[in-house]
Design a protein around this ligand. Structure first.
Ligand code: SAH
Ligand code: SF4
Ligand code: F3S
Length: 446
């Protein structure tokens, strides 16, 4: 069997795409290897969201180039495929810098991979580039999939029409698109049959998922879809990311309250606690609207864990704006979060604004914000010390003899236990907790 090595940067959608590319290659007789030196082919799935992510790409590509040259000396081939959002955003410039790349595919055209490989090998083409947004969505041409663990991603929606002024996603992933309910159900059953117990539904703006009738009226929304998915017996837990505050509906709130398979965790990014900055970001809600959603949600589901993304140092962000973000964080109290320095992205409106913030100030603000958030994560986790939590064990932890899984609130839980528990639900008594991980003892299995 030929071997393929896959390296993925970026969000969960990119992880899902890598899995689907592997599904395509399996049908062509490839198997995955985790050792680059053993590979006949590499797929490098890239992310364009922040400058740092893009910088890492060329150092990674350097490794593949070396390997290709080595193989050439031995008269062997090594196929380099680059996929993902960098290819979509910068195909020409990128490929000029990376002439040794054999195939470059955007996120909407990777289903054509088998055909491209055929052309590369049989028709002796030098290199192939495909960054089209095809009329027939790629999901229709993807093969069956199998679970690769107990928790599986399932893309239900892709693309974004929001155009936040800092963000590349609408340009790299295209317009919002919802997969059909029946296709999603079919994929969910395939995953459930092959061992998935937790589904993580993915979409860049997942709340917009819907199915419409012939007249354009919405037949089913995200809450209806989740209700349908929760009827699959083997699926015990359901999560979904990423929600957009003004698209987060009352139906979804009620679903959190009524559907026990929907986990008590919500990632609802606010980005900034200042209305002026939210406006400049083209985020279509105010801080008080966001807080109203949180208040209503907490009324219905008092134990829900909240998470958010934050950007500091957006152009024009004053000390007062930044203080408003800190105050908002203090009022909400987050169980988890992701925070970033604003990174100007080519082609986005915010990148050409005059009042850019110096890197040093961005760095200082990020440090202050992250200190506060880490304290909150730690406080949230410490509440669980002494309690028993239900953990879905997913894999071996870094330390031998320990296993890693997640609690319903999406906390990492480490426990010393026999690897036979991988894939099962166990009850863990928490003995200590930090900002990122809970450590516990096995109580019993279910
Ligand atoms: N679709 C999701 C997330 C998209 S990207 C959403 O709308 O929330 C994930 C996060 O990266 C964003 O929430 C934002 O906080 C951050 N991000 C996106 N573009 C960025 C940029 N140019 N600079 C810094 N952070 C950025
Ligand atoms: Fe980017 Fe905004 Fe769309 Fe999220 S909602 S993907 S941040 S444009
Ligand atoms: Fe990155 Fe593209 Fe995801 S830019 S965050 S891989 S949608």
């Amino acid at each position: 069997m030929k071997k393929v090595y896959v390296k993925t940067f970026g969000c969960q959608m990119n992880v899902y795409d890598s899995v689907r590319m592997l599904d395509l290659l399996k049908n062509l007789g490839y198997e995955e290897t985790l050792i680059l030196d053993d590979a006949d082919m590499v797929i490098f799935n890239t992310c364009h969201i922040r400058e740092k992510a893009s910088e890492k790409i060329f150092s990674e590509l350097g490794k593949y180039k070396e390997l290709k040259l080595d193989r050439k000396k031995q008269n062997k081939s090594f196929v380099i495929i680059v996929a993902g959002c960098v290819v979509q955003a910068e195909s020409e410039e990128f490929l000029n810098r990376a002439k040794f790349v054999d195939i470059a595919i955007g996120p909407q055209s990777y289903h054509r991979l088998p055909q491209m490989l055929f052309e590369l090998q049989k028709k002796n083409k030098k290199r192939i580039i495909d960054v089209e947004f095809p009329a027939v969505p790629k999901f229709d041409s993807l093969p069956e999939t199998k679970s690769r663990g107990v928790s599986s991603f399932l893309a239900i929606q892709e693309g974004c029409d929001r155009f936040c002024s800092y963000c590349v996603v609408p340009y790299t992933r295209g317009a919002e698109y919802s997969r059909l309910r029946d296709d999603i159900m079919r994929e969910a059953y395939q995953l459930a049959e092959s061992g998935t117990k937790e589904l993580v539904l993915l979409g860049q703006n997942v709340n917009t998922w819907c199915e419409k009738d012939a007249s354009g009226k919405i037949k089913k929304n995200l809450a209806d879809l989740i209700e349908d998915l929760s009827q699959i017996d083997e699926i015990k837990r359901i999560r979904y990311v990423t929600s957009y505050p003004s698209d987060f509906s009352v139906d979804l709130m009620n679903m959190h309250k009524n559907n026990k398979k929907v986990m008590p965790y919500l990632h609802l990014p606010i980005q900034s606690g200042s209305d002026a900055i939210l406006k400049a970001m083209n985020r279509k809600y105010t801080v008080s609207q966001y807080e109203d959603i949180i208040l209503n949600l907490r009324e219905k589901c008092p134990d829900i864990a909240l998470s958010s993304d934050f950007i500091v140092g957006f152009p024009g962000e004053t000390e007062t704006d930044f203080d408003k973000t800190l105050s908002l964080v203090k009022r909400v109290e987050y169980a988890q979060s992701y925070s970033f320095m604003y990174s100007p992205r080519p082609g986005t409106p915010a990148a050409v604004l005059a009042n850019q913030i110096p890197e040093k100030i961005k760095g200082e603000r990020l440090e202050i914000l992250q200190k506060l958030l880490l304290e909150q994560h730690s406080n949230f986790n410490k509440k669980f010390v002494g309690q028993c939590v239900e953990v879905l064990v997913e894999e071996k932890a870094k330390k031998k003899s320990e296993l890693l899984g997640h609690s319903p609130h999406m906390q990492n839980v480490v426990v010393s236990a026999d690897p036979k528990y991988i894939g099962s639900f166990i009850s863990v008594k928490i003995v200590s907790a930090g900002a990122t991980t809970l450590v516990g003892k096995l109580e019993n299995n279910f």
